[in-house]
Structures are given as C-alpha cells and as structure tokens.
Design a protein around this ligand. Structure first.
Ligand code: KE4
Length: 431
C-alpha cells in the first residue's frame, strides 16, 4: 500500500504541530506505523492522500452517524455559509437546537452549547460544584471525559482512592478533589460516600464506557449510582458525548432507563462540526451565567453553522427508531461474525457490545472492569490494526477505542471487514 504522500505531509506537519497531529491518538503511536492523512470521505469510506480507499470504522470518533458528506444533511450548507459563519450574537437556530435536545433527551430541561466534549464536562463539573457548594467529584478509572485538569487523573494509592494527575501540568491542588472509583463496582462508590458523602458534589460517568474499549455497565450499576447520588444529595452527571443519540434517540438514558441530573453531549450533536453541550434540570441550569453565578462562556458557542449541521443530524434521528434498530442490527451482525471467527481461528479475544457500540479486546473475557482491560495484548492489537489497514479497513488506532458504525455501512462493507479480520487473525495468531 503506497502511503508516500501521507508520509511526506507527516514529515512536514511534525515541524509545525506537536507529533504532526492535532489530537494524540491520530499519530498512530500505539499501533507503530506512521499516520495516514485523509483527503476526503463519502458514505462509509475515506480516501487518503495517496488515493487508498478505506472502509472507515472511526467515523470521526462517533459524530458521523450518517457517514461522511451525507447529501441530505449538507444539502443547503452553501446557502447557510453565504449568510455568515458567526455573529457572536444569539440566533434562532440555537433556540431550535436547544428545544430539540430537550425534546429528545429524557432528562434535559435546559441546555447550554459549547464547542467540545471537554468543555461540556468541565462546565458540568463546575456547575455541580456551584449548585451543591461541595468540592469533591467522583470519576471512574478508565473513563475519559476530555482533558480538563480535574478529570485528567487516575487512581492514586490510599484507601480512599485519592487520585494522582495523569499529566504533567495538572497540579496536586486540582486533583485533590477528584476521587477515582472502579467502573462496574458499586461497592467502591458506596465506600467513598460513606466516608465523604457530604463533600461530594457529583459523580461523572460514561453510561457505557467507550474509552477503555467498550465496557457496558453491569446490571444495576447505573441504577445504583442514581440511588446513591439521590441519597447523599450529589449530582449524577452522564457523560453522553459518545452514547448521546448513538445508543438511542434518547441516548443511554432512554436505552437503560436511568436518568441523570446533568448530561454532557458532543460528537453526534455537531454532525462533524465542533460542538458540545451540557444540560439538565432547570433548577440546576438556572445557576449558569447570566441567570446564575456559575460562569461559563464561549466565542463560538452555538455557532450557527455548527448548529445547522447538528440540528439536521438530530432531526433525522428524532423519533426514528428504525435507524437505531438498523444500526444495532449491524453491530449484532459484526459481533456474531467476529465471535465466530475468533472461535474458528482459535485466538484469545473478546467482543463487548452495548447497543451499536462494540469493540474487540485481545484478551480472555469477560471484560467488565478496567483491571481486566489492562490485561489486553495491545501489541497484538497493533499487529491486527496493521493487517486490517493494509486490507482497506480503518479501525481505531488504539485498543482502548470502539468500532463506530454509521447508517452508511452496508452488510457488504461489514462482510469485507469480517473477511479481513479472518485473514488478519490467522496471520497474527502465531505471533
Ligand atoms: P472532545 O473534547 O474530544 O470533543 O470530547 C472529549 C470527550 C468527552 N467524553 C467522552 C466520553 C469522550 O469519548 C470524549 C472524547 N473522545 C475521544 C475518543 N474516544 C476523542 C478522540 C480524540 O481525543 O482525538
């Protein structure tokens, strides 16, 4: 596979951009090859600068639920752009978008637009602290909520799961109020609340963990978080940046029947444009400036172009359970196909799935906890990735991400992915 143009651009990019990329995972470091540079995408496919075609299972990490360059969604974008791209003043499309999100989300009564998932979760944490006047928050090992300081932490030592920064530049002072528990282990949460319940402002959780590979919530886990936060007067924040409007037209909350007090969105609500949002009960959201004292702002928040694309995307999803049935059917088809191949090839691998979200781990299952994810053979994943990309299948360049499917992926595309998987696993199983 000729990737000389990508390599040429990569060498030049590294002169001006750290690692040549604007987000670390795109550098392909964990799969040990140089990144490809994408020239265009259409439907389920992307084409690199050397003209190589790939069936894309990254889908921009989730936003493109209708695939690349969907004609219906982009139909009158030229006309929109000609009217202007940003005013720094309120526009009607922002009202229409906010109303639509409150109609689709089971628990959001008011919503504030921001420009990324990171901004959404950072703002939701600040709001929860401002509303409860408490300082501590709980997050879960292996869950990722963007790169704001208080969320870039991992379990430290000590009985109370004190956290330590995962990055230089994040201060002890910032992380001292972040406690880290174990995903799918309700007892680890109860223990913290018993010790510090009256100091805890919020729990923030991915209702389906999507950043340690896909790890679905075990039975009763989300409900348990709902009950314990109610008991202690803490805010339950669902980070639905991935699951929002992907698992169902009401996200994970509708899919699992558990509602949160605040919800963070991103990805799909922008249809590929930079958008994030946080929302929830009126009583809490009315604490946000300019109505309330909790400050949050953004030059391009509610950007009319991004709102327009996001609105068209959500409108196509609203009350359209057919799409979700079809997407989940494709995920089940892949899950069954992958499991059949894993058995026939005889390689240690586990497929996890929650609705349309799925991932394959190179490790014996079950995989329900972070410590089990950490036992995965990431080197083998790197070999698998290289075999698959050479067969025109573009997977996430990291074991700790999911397989994203869009409406544009056909059974024929999935069969091509399964054929490539069988060939690739047969090659790597003896390594
Ligand atoms: P952004 O700031 O990247 O828009 O969103 C942060 C974020 C928040 N919450 C969840 C559950 C997320 O998954 C993310 C970002 N997701 C990663 C991939 N899983 C983005 C890819 C990247 O970092 O390049």
């Amino acid at each position: 596979m000729n990737t000389s143009k990508s390599k040429e651009i990569y060498e030049k990019s590294k002169i001006y951009i750290p690692g040549g990329v604007n987000s670390p995972v795109r550098a392909f470091n964990s799969v040990g090859i140089d990144p490809i540079f994408i020239n265009r995408g259409t439907g389920s496919k992307v084409y690199d600068e050397d003209g190589n075609e790939y069936i894309d299972f990254i889908c921009s990490w989730g936003p493109l639920i209708f695939g690349h360059s969907n004609e219906d969604i982009l139909s009158d974008v030229d006309e929109i752009i000609k009217r202007g791209t940003s005013y720094g003043m309120p526009t009607e499309i922002e009202y229409k978008m906010a109303k639509l999100i409150t109609q689709m989300s089971p628990s959001v009564e008011m919503v504030r637009m921001v420009n990324s998932g990171t901004e959404a979760t950072m703002s939701a944490i600040r709001l929860a602290r401002g509303y409860t006047r408490r300082d501590k928050i709980i997050k879960f090992e292996g869950c990722y909520h963007g790169h704001s300081d208080s969320l870039l932490v991992k379990t430290g030592s000590g009985a109370l799961t004190f956290s330590i920064p995962t990055s230089p530049g994040v201060t002890e002072g910032t992380t001292k109020d972040t406690l880290v528990c174990t995903y799918n282990d309700l007892d680890s949460v109860k223990k913290v609340f018993e010790e510090k319940g009256d100091e805890i402002a919020a729990i923030i959780v991915e209702p389906v963990a999507g950043n340690m590979g896909v790890v679905p919530p075990t039975k009763g886990f989300l409900q348990g978080l709902r009950e314990i936060t109610k008991e202690y007067g803490a805010i339950l924040i669902f980070d639905e940046v991935i699951t929002g409007f992907r698992l169902s037209s009401g996200g994970a909350q509708k899919y699992y029947g558990v509602t949160s007090d605040l919800t963070c969105y991103g990805k799909i609500i922008g249809g590929g444009l930079p958008v994030g949002a946080y929302g929830g009960k009126k009583e809490i959201m009315n604490m946000v400036s300019p109505v309330g004292p909790v400050y949050q702002a953004g030059t391009l928040s509610g950007n009319p172009l991004a709102m327009y694309i996001g609105y068209k995307t959500l409108k196509r999803l609203q009350d359209n359970d057919e799409i979700y049935k079809s997407l989940e059917g494709k995920a089940i088809y892949l899950e069954q196909g992958l499991n059949k191949i894993i058995d026939e090839v005889g390689i240690e691998a586990t497929v996890n799935r929650a609705g349309v979200m799925l991932s394959m781990f190179f490790s014996e299952g079950p995989i329900e906890k972070y410590e089990e994810v950490m036992k995965c053979d990431t080197e083998r994943y790197g070999m698998f990735f290289k075999e698959m990309i050479s067969r025109g299948i573009l997977l996430a360049p990291s074991q700790y991400e999911g397989i994203f499917i869009s409406e544009a992926h056909t059974i024929e595309h999935l069969d091509k992915m399964l054929r490539a998987t069988r060939e690739s696993l047969n090659i790597i199983k003896n390594n």
